[in-house]
Design a protein around this ligand. Structure first.
Ligand SMILES: Cc1cc2nc3c(=O)[nH]c(=O)nc-3n(C[C@H](O)[C@H](O)[C@H](O)COP(=O)(O)O)c2cc1C
Length: 211
């Protein structure tokens, strides 16, 4: 385990891009909590989160003003911490996760009501934007934080490769999937992912569809 210079590019996080992580927090009674939360990298030692009101994570961050961001690619951790909470034995004493390939500790700089709303589900004003400074970075195994957009490109390509083989109802389904994947890629993706989606869009348009 190596405590590193604080530079989020060491774990593949680029300024302006969003990554899917597990944030671990504790409350005033030291009860530990874990939840999947998106992290927007805003500099080599700065991040932003937008967290909906009502979550334990937000309550704990507001009360403790600090939290840990864990980098893992383990689907079990994402699933257990979305459907419920992780059992105690998944946590280290320092509040990081035992399975994390890397983790960093953050201190809150500011908390503000969210004004921008691009999420399809909730209404504006129901979330808080948290700006934080990274105070410690630990890399256990070489890793890169997970960005959703490449998965969206692959899913879209897989659907595209079947497009000419299916009926109209399934084509409509694939076009809807394209629109949703394109929304995600535009929001969180790298330039190469955006370019790939544009190329697929052009091909679908050549076939006479409006993706
Ligand atoms: C991949 C992924 C990313 C998520 N990102 C966020 C996020 O950025 N903000 C948020 O409020 N909820 C996010 N969620 C939803 C929370 O993880 C979910 O509401 C969780 O139940 C909160 O748990 P808690 O009450 O223990 O904090 C995300 C869920 C998943 C699966």
């Amino acid at each position: 385990m190596i405590a590193m210079e604080i530079d989020l590019t060491l774990i593949g996080m680029e300024k302006g891009k969003q990554y899917e992580t597990i944030i671990t927090t504790n409350d005033a009674h030291d009860i530990q909590n874990a939840a999947p939360i998106g992290v927007l990298c805003s500099g080599k030692d700065k991040i932003l989160n937008r967290i909906f009101k009502g979550s334990h994570t937000l309550e704990n961050i507001i009360s403790q003003r600090e939290f840990v961001v864990n980098i893992t690619h383990d689907p079990e951790i994402f699933t257990l911490s979305t459907l419920g909470n992780l059992p105690e034995d998944y946590f280290n004493e320092n509040n990081s996760l035992k399975c994390a390939d890397a983790y960093f500790r953050c201190e809150v700089i500011s908390l503000k009501e969210a004004v921008k709303q691009s999420d399809p589900i909730k209404k504006k004003g129901e979330a808080i934007v948290i700006k934080s400074k990274v105070t410690e970075l630990t890399i256990i195994n070489p890793t890169k934080a997970f960005n959703r957009s490449f998965g969206c490109v692959i899913e879209t390509l897989s659907n595209y490769s079947r497009f000419d083989l299916v009926g109209e109802a399934q084509k409509e389904y694939y076009l809807d999937r394209f629109r949703e994947c394109n929304r995600i890629v535009k929001k969180v993706g790298y330039e190469a992912d955006k370019k790939a989606m544009d190329e697929i869009k052009k091909e679908l348009m050549k076939k006479g569809y409006e993706p």
